[in-house]
Design a protein around this ligand. Structure first.
Ligand code: PMV
Length: 330
């Protein structure tokens, strides 16, 4: 039996990806920049065998529907590359709520890509793996990489220059922290795929967003190289708000925030007014991720846990890229 297991961490974007220039190949309208988070881990085992009469996928103990286009479409793509026709059994486990705005698709599709390619016997470089993972879910390209990663938008039609790479390793900025604050464990109501397409079609701010985000990505790479925490934090917060302005101005509107989201955003602003450098970022869901330095984690965590409705906080350091591991889930 061809069976392999891989693990990958979710990444949280500091400069967001929202918009595709090619829906099939998943090519973005702007480059993005993220931190791979050591506290948000997905592990996936895949086996291909004649024994299986159909493809199956189990995520955190629940059987997923065959309609999950991201996963099954991606599986088919990789099988096609290898010229293999066997059905697959996939079991995936994450140590955090999935599909709730904690970037589970980034770690999930990255782990699946690596495990499947390994099981199919196709050896690829990290760059090639980021290109392949990108076609499963855009943000998964960045989860292949250690530490801080940039996913280049690229300009080629075939997507060969739209890949992700590490721009700073986890040891380059050891003090950097991301506190993922969970305010709801419900599945999000609008997926990123349809949300982005709708924003491109209807938000009057979309073109402005693309230019601003590209500029943010260039500037933030310089700020990370200088380890200028306040510049990175401020730019990340501003960039997230620009993306949410596009989402909110989409027709019909895409509003991921709930009252508890705003309560945490306010708490972060209060911390800053008290002289503690803390910034927030938010993705396609109600959770708020707080960007800070190690020395301020306990003060910030204490304040955030006192906000009514905060269910959980997960403190993350810059983490490792995806890797093949030996302990299978079945
Ligand atoms: O890769 P997707 O399709 O899950 O899109 C991710 C979109 C955001 O999380 C909102 C932004 C980002 O860059 O991760």
């Amino acid at each position: 039996m061809m069976k392999e297991t891989a693990q990958a961490h979710a990444n949280i974007a500091l400069v967001k990806y929202w918009g595709k220039r090619d829906e099939q190949l998943i090519l973005p309208t702007n480059s993005s920049l993220s931190m791979t988070c050591d506290g948000l881990l997905t592990k996936t085992t895949i086996a291909f065998s004649k024994q299986y009469t159909q493809d199956t996928l189990t995520i955190n103990g629940k059987i997923a529907s065959q309609g999950d286009k991201n996963v099954f479409g991606h599986l088919e793509r990789m099988r096609h590359l290898a010229g293999v026709r066997l059905n697959a059994k996939i079991v995936s486990e994450s140590n955090f709520p999935v599909a709730a705005g904690l970037a589970s698709s980034s770690s999930g599709l990255a782990a699946l890509t690596l495990a499947a390619m390994q099981a199919l016997g196709l050896k690829k470089s990290e760059k090639e793996l980021t290109i392949l993972a990108r076609q499963g879910s855009g943000s998964a390209s960045r989860s292949m990489c250690e530490g801080f990663a940039v996913w280049h938008r690229g300009t080629k039609k075939d997507g060969t220059d739209s890949f992700a790479e590490t721009i700073a390793t986890k040891n380059n900025w050891k003090e950097f922290r991301m506190i993922a604050t969970v305010v709801s464990e419900e599945k999000k109501h609008i997926g990123s795929r349809s949300g982005m397409a709708q924003s491109m079609k209807t938000s009057p701010y979309f073109a402005t967003w693309v230019n601003a985000a590209e500029e943010d990505c260039t500037r933030m790479q310089e700020e990370i190289a200088k380890k200028d925490f306040e510049a990175v934090g401020m730019r990340a917060e501003q960039n997230a708000l620009k993306m949410h302005a596009v989402m909110i101005s989409t027709n019909p509107p895409i509003i991921y925030w709930i009252p508890k989201t705003i309560a945490v955003m306010e708490a972060v602003q209060e911390l800053r007014a008290e002289g503690i450098p803390a910034y927030f970022t938010i993705d396609g869901g109600p959770q708020v991720k707080i960007i800070c330095l190690e020395k301020n984690v306990s003060t910030i965590s204490k304040k955030i846990k006192s906000v009514e409705g905060v269910l959980k906080t997960i403190v993350c350091k810059p983490g490792d890229g995806a890797s093949v591991v030996a302990d299978h889930l079945f």
